[in-house]
Design a binder for this molecule. Structure first.
Ligand code: 5GP
Length: 218
């Protein structure tokens, strides 16, 4: 071994560093889905959890890709069986994060991304206090309104309801560790990548990953 040798997790004989859990929340219209897609495509180390939902698929959405689309009776049975790490009812539809998938990936030391609302974020933080919360805000209320209207065929009352629920979501921004203002998509993407890469260098993670090196040096 030379003085420049880095001791890998397997060589240290100790468990790998546990995976990190990232929660990304935002009001509808803040650009969260686009940012998450960019992140997952650019960083193979980040694994996106696929939720179950009772909401019907939108045009272009595929079973098992955006969501596991499920009937309400089946979703309620899944709740009873304890299959969700968290679940919430949003716009009259249920959404839930698969518990066993998250726990398995986490044990394997993989980084997981959850794209969920503030109610789910709260529940996840209880189970995983180290989860890192990132909240995405639109640059202004007018831009948020324009984005919600620009989505197309929605009736006025639907847009009004979305705006109300966006305001409700934004009231919970203080519960998150990081805030990104999405006024420029490339910059917002760079900022999320920075958060994820910086968190990979946190003391506890590095200490577990390079346990051998730490015991030699420190
Ligand atoms: P959409 O129907 O537009 O895809 O999502 C509506 C909202 O549900 C978004 O805020 C999204 O983040 C949230 N959501 C999606 N999956 C989950 C989940 O598994 N749990 C919770 N709590 N929220 C979710």
């Amino acid at each position: 071994m030379t003085e420049h040798t880095v001791i890998s997790p397997s060589e240290s004989g100790l468990p790998k560093a546990p995976g990190r859990l990232y929660i990304i929340s935002a009001p509808s219209g803040a650009g969260k889905t686009t940012l998450v897609r960019m992140l997952v495509e650019s960083d193979p180390g980040v694994h996106l959890s696929i939720s179950s939902t009772t909401r019907p698929p939108r045009a272009g959405e595929q079973q098992g890709k955006e969501y596991h689309f499920t009937s309400e009776p089946e979703f309620l049975k899944m709740i009873e069986r304890g299959e969700f790490l968290e679940w919430a009812k949003i716009y009259n539809n249920y959404y839930g994060t698969p518990k066993s998938w998250v726990e398995t990936k986490n044990r394997e030391g993989l980084d997981i991304l959850l794209e969920i609302d503030w109610q789910g974020a709260r529940q996840v933080r209880k189970a995983f206090p180290g989860a890192i919360g990132i909240f995405i805000l639109p640059p202004s209320i007018d831009i948020l309104k324009a984005r919600l209207i620009g989505r197309g065929a929605d009736a006025k009352d639907v847009i009004h309801r979305r705006l109300e629920s966006a305001r409700d979501e934004m009231r919970h921004v203080s519960e998150f560790d990081y805030v990104i203002i999405n006024d420029d998509l490339s910059r917002a993407f760079r900022e999320i990548s920075l958060i994820i890469n910086a968190s990979r260098l946190q003391y506890m993670t590095q200490r577990q990953r390079y346990a051998g090196l730490f015991s030699t040096l420190c």
